[in-house]
Design a binder for this molecule. Structure first.
Ligand SMILES: NC(=O)c1ccc[n+]([C@@H]2O[C@H](COP(=O)([O-])OP(=O)(O)OC[C@H]3O[C@@H](n4cnc5c(N)ncnc54)[C@H](OP(=O)(O)O)[C@@H]3O)[C@@H](O)[C@H]2O)c1
Length: 228
């Protein structure tokens, strides 16, 4: 798969290298061609580097890691994104004292409005760069969730596959509107990592447990609820 990285910072560089290790063709883009080329040189593995425009033209799948910047300001033309998968790994700026406002519209939904011809997929915002350093081994054994949301089921599956290849357990989170919930998780894990000093190896995952083995449910089991 051809993957273009728009904004080759910590996220772009890490994910780009991991996908290149899995045999994907990766192009690292940056605001200057020199920066993109330098990241590709660091990454090796036949990756390429240059401008964000070049990365956008190259990829079938794009990682958009320029936080809070409208793609119309980053690219010469957003038409280049038409029909392509654009992965949004972004989280909002941490407010003073982690006093977040409720999320009424996610960054991913905003991005989808900004690039209406692209297929936006929310993913990779709930784990810190440190976790990528463990991928794909020994990350696999820790079963860390990668929450993935998009209105396009095929695109969602493509990104879930990209997550699984590098050692995460992909979690299908349905439509893009659910990015509001996923971004809330991103805010929470950063509160844990930074606010509660748990560090960048703290993760947040869904674990589906096996059913209780006892035949008679000693707590009465789940009864119909009277709540509306
Ligand atoms: N780092 C993490 O552990 C982590 C984990 C999960 C999610 N995230 C989220 O992922 C996003 C990226 O984080 P990061 O750690 O990769 O940040 P970063 O290392 O600072 O990289 C940010 C990238 O954005 C680009 N950029 C910034 N302003 C731009 C502009 N006006 N126009 C074009 N490009 C611009 C930079 O481009 P140049 O290369 O051209 O300078 C840089 O490559 C953020 O939303 C963050 O919340 C980060």
């Amino acid at each position: 798969m051809k993957i273009g990285i728009i904004g080759s910072g910590n996220m772009g560089r890490s994910l780009g290298i991991l996908w290149a290790e899995q045999g994907h063709e990766v192009f690292f883009g940056a605001r200057t061609a020199e920066k993109g080329q330098a990241v590709a040189e660091f990454a090796g593995r036949d990756t390429q580097g240059g401008t964000n425009d070049q990365a956008a033209a190259f990829g079938e799948v794009l990682l958009y890691s320029a936080r809070g910047v409208n793609p119309a300001e980053v690219l010469t033309s957003i038409d280049v994104l038409a029909g392509k998968i654009v992965i949004d790994p972004n989280n909002s700026t941490i407010p003073e004292g982690f006093a977040y406002e409720p999320i009424v519209k996610s960054l991913a939904e905003t991005l989808a409005e900004q690039v209406p011809k692209a297929i936006v997929v929310k993913a990779f915002n709930t784990m810190a760069q440190e976790v990528f350093e463990l991928a794909p081994e020994p990350l696999k054994k820790h079963r860390v969730s990668a929450f993935v949301a998009s209105d396009d089921a095929t695109a969602r599956q493509t990104v879930m596959n990209l997550a699984e290849e590098i050692g995460f357990v992909p979690i299908d989170c349905g439509m893009l509107r659910n990015a509001r919930l996923i971004e809330g998780l991103g805010d929470f894990i950063r509160f844990m990592i930074i606010g509660q000093q748990q560090g960048g190896y703290a993760t947040i995952s869904v674990n589906v447990l096996p059913e209780s083995e006892s035949e008679s449910k000693r707590l009465g089991g789940r009864q119909p609820s009277a709540l509306k």
